[in-house]
Design a protein around this ligand. Structure first.
Ligand code: ADP
Length: 389
């Protein structure tokens, strides 16, 4: 089947067309997976560019006509950031589902309205096209309440939905499946920890193949030290800055913590390769940034090791997790108390395959597992379509 995977932002649409074999078994075997084309439409809504999502879709359809040699799309899969408390798996989209995605906008003001615009533009262009929504939060719907609750007044949860949701779920889910497959263990028996380390980064505790805790929270700002996000800070820092002489408002606070913090703030760049180069050449700030990020991650790993009743596997994935051998080494060096050891040579190997980087004597198997959110979305979309029969 041909799947158009769409990641719709407020001013851009990222897309891929993928060939996905029918039938879950052939997908597990990884047979016939292929990217036919991919691209990006930018500057939507800006003067002199594409007027809106609907026009962007016309442009996209034109490109696909030229590139697919008359082959037709069977289903469209959308990445949707927030599924709130309702969505625990991918769903076939109808009008009620689009409205539900729009109603979740207060929880994801930049992302959900954009996803809804993309969906509606396709409804308009291809009214009979089946569309599937795949939610970033869905995989974390298995968190127990003691993990997803914040210890704040009940009404803040009941009236405003303030709780931990967690994100990057599609990736955490996908690499968990790949790792279980690689190790030859049934997914239901998989106990481990996934570190998704991209520009945004989160770590998830996996018990019996399901998410039982995760470092991102009400928004993707919580948890690890990220490229430009602070991760965990004492919430009183916010009130102190708002009350202080500079009188920060919500917008400025948001910008500082999301765009001007993290590795960038401490090390002067959020590019992992640059940071490692700088640190190797004696740059103290870069070294501190790396140490902070690695330290924060080791604290979460230690905690989640306990949470899952003893992790058997630790997975590194995404841009930094897949590519930065020096950062992985720093993290593993902090895990000596768990009996984790590193195979230095294996850690340096570059590959698109799942690979083991722990030493033969390591108490926990450490894997590098390349993530592929588009593939996961494409396969989930075909799965939903097949279930519909
Ligand atoms: P996102 O999808 O969250 O934007 P990615 O998963 O693409 O992020 O990861 C981006 C991060 O990966 C950046 O910090 C970048 O420096 C890092 N990265 C990408 N390639 C490499 C590499 N070859 N070595 C080290 N770090 C890398």
């Amino acid at each position: 089947m041909l799947v158009l995977v769409i990641n719709s932002g407020s001013s851009s649409i990222k897309y891929q067309v993928r060939q996905v074999p029918s039938g879950a078994d052939s997908r597990d075997a990884g047979a016939g997976e292929e990217i036919l084309t991919k691209g990006l439409i930018e500057s939507i809504g800006q003067e002199g560019a594409v007027a809106d999502h609907s026009e962007a879709l016309d442009l996209l359809a034109g490109r696909l006509d030229g590139e697919l040699d008359g082959r037709e799309i069977d289903v469209v899969g959308h990445r949707v950031v927030h599924g709130g408390e309702r969505f625990s798996e991918p769903v076939l989209i109808d009008n009620e589902i689009v409205r539900a995605i729009e109603r979740l906008a207060p929880l994801a003001p930049l992302h959900n309205p954009a996803a809804a615009l993309g969906i509606r533009a396709i409804q308009k262009k291809w009214p009979h096209m089946p569309q599937v929504a795949v939610f970033d939060t869905a995989f974390h719907r298995t968190l127990p309440e003691h993990a997803w609750r914040y210890a704040i007044p009940d009404e803040l949860y009941r009236l405003h939905g303030i709780r931990r949701y967690g994100f990057h779920g599609t990736s955490h889910d996908y690499v968990t499946g790949r790792a279980a497959e690689h190790l030859g263990v049934p997914r239901e028996d998989f106990d481990g920890i996934v570190a998704h380390l991209g520009n945004g980064a989160s770590v998830t505790a996996i018990k019996g193949g399901a998410s039982v805790d995760t470092s991102m929270g009400y928004t993707p700002l919580a948890g690890l030290v990220m490229g430009t996000r602070s991760g965990d800070v004492d919430p009183s820092v916010l009130t102190a800055l708002m009350d202080g002489p500079d009188g920060y408002d919500a917008e400025r606070m948001d910008r500082v913590l999301n765009n001007e913090s993290g590795l960038l703030a401490i090390g002067g760049t959020n590019d992992m390769r640059e940071l490692v180069d700088l640190a190797e050449n004696g740059d103290e700030k870069a070294l501190l940034a790396l140490r902070m990020a690695a330290y924060r991650l080791t604290k979460y790993i230690g905690g989640y090791h306990v949470v899952v009743g003893g992790a058997e596997t630790l997975i590194f994935t995404a841009g930094i997790g897949e590519n930065s051998a020096p950062f992985r080494r720093m993290v593993l060096e902090g895990l000596g108390a768990l009996g984790v050891t590193l195979d230095e040579e294996a850690n340096e190997v570059r590959s698109d395959e799942v690979r083991e980087i722990s030493g033969p004597d390591s108490a926990i198997t450490v894997l590098v597992v390349p993530t592929d959110e588009e593939r996961a979305i494409a396969e989930a979309s075909v799965g939903v379509l097949e279930d519909r029969g």
